[in-house]
Design a protein around this ligand. Structure first.
Ligand code: A2P
Length: 281
């Protein structure tokens, strides 16, 4: 596993295992397979309704695979209905209980409150952030951050005592949210990519196929490497053992700037992306 660092100097794996839509025993077994394959970052969320199974997988990996808890980087997220100071503390306590863990490595705001839904959106976000800050200071979370934030959502949080260390955004070849990505890089906020494979739908794209042929790699490996080579931590999802392994087998080659330029031509499927300023959930 390769590692990067966060602004608080904590190490973070360069790739993680995504668990959205993975439910019940599939979530548990998928996470165990991922840990056996070598993933050390596991990404869940209260909204995914699989924290219990992820926690069980981590316990099992500790007991049967002798993987130490401190070698696993565990992320969860506070859901939209739990924004605000008190609710966030409660949501965190529920998450920790579901996961049966003493601490989280990373806790994220799942979606920022936006102007589209709330007049006092900025105040909501800063009070959620204050709760995350206090939990971090208490040592119950090692690092804190956000998801789906654009620069205008981040600005108020950048003025606080502990600044966001991560922004997990929708990101993939052809959809890189340049303004947000540039802002995060300039402000030392580490980017993570959700749907780095475009839910599997970009894998037949001609630009990805062409690059895959060039390196004798699979389209998924090219899409994952696109994230890594543009400085973003990909969180690919799969419950299939062969794909879980395939998606991690990306550290024996690197893309050139020409390849990245080629992959930036992947078209964005219409109506498939989520704008945090327009969501209705
Ligand atoms: P499955 O879970 O059946 O393996 P994303 O991470 O962008 O959300 O994409 C997840 C989707 O991509 C899932 O439908 C997953 O299917 C599919 N997928 C994951 N890894 C691969 C792979 N190596 N090759 C093809 N499809 C993959």
């Amino acid at each position: 596993m390769q590692y990067l660092t966060l602004s608080n100097n904590k190490k973070i794996p360069a790739i993680g295992y995504g668990t959205y839509k993975s439910q019940g025993d599939d979530a548990k077994q998928g996470t165990i397979k991922a840990l056996i394959a070598g993933y050390r970052l596991i990404d869940t969320a209260a909204f995914y309704a699989n924290e219990k199974q992820i926690g069980e997988a981590i316990k099992e990996a500790q007991e049967t695979l002798q993987i130490k808890r401190e070698d696993i980087f565990l992320t969860s997220k506070v859901w939209n209905t739990d924004r605000g100071y008190e609710n966030t503390i409660k949501a965190f306590n529920k998450t920790i209980k579901e996961l049966d863990q003493e601490y989280l490595d990373l806790y994220l705001i799942h979606w920022p409150a936006s102007q589209h839904q709330f007049d006092n959106w900025e105040e909501i976000n800063t009070s959620t952030w204050q709760a995350m800050t206090d939990l971090c200071k208490d040592g119950r979370i090692r690092a804190i951050g956000v998801c789906n934030c654009k620069p205008h959502h981040l600005e108020a949080l950048m003025q606080t005592e502990i600044k966001p260390m991560v922004n997990q955004i929708e990101y993939r070849a052809g959809f890189t949210q340049k303004e947000t990505a540039d802002y995060c890089k300039q402000n030392n906020i580490r980017l993570q990519a959700w749907t780095p494979l475009g839910r599997g739908q970009i894998l037949n794209d001609e630009h990805i196929q062409k690059t895959a042929d060039k390196y004798n790699k699979t389209p998924a490996q090219i899409a994952i490497r696109f994230c890594i080579d543009t400085g973003v931590i990909p969180l690919p999802k799969s419950t299939h053992e062969d794909r879980i392994k395939e998606n991690l087998n990306v550290f024996d080659f690197a893309l050139t700037q020409d390849d990245i330029d080629e992959l930036n031509k992947v078209p964005v499927p219409e109506g498939k992306t989520h704008d945090p300023d327009l969501i209705d959930f």
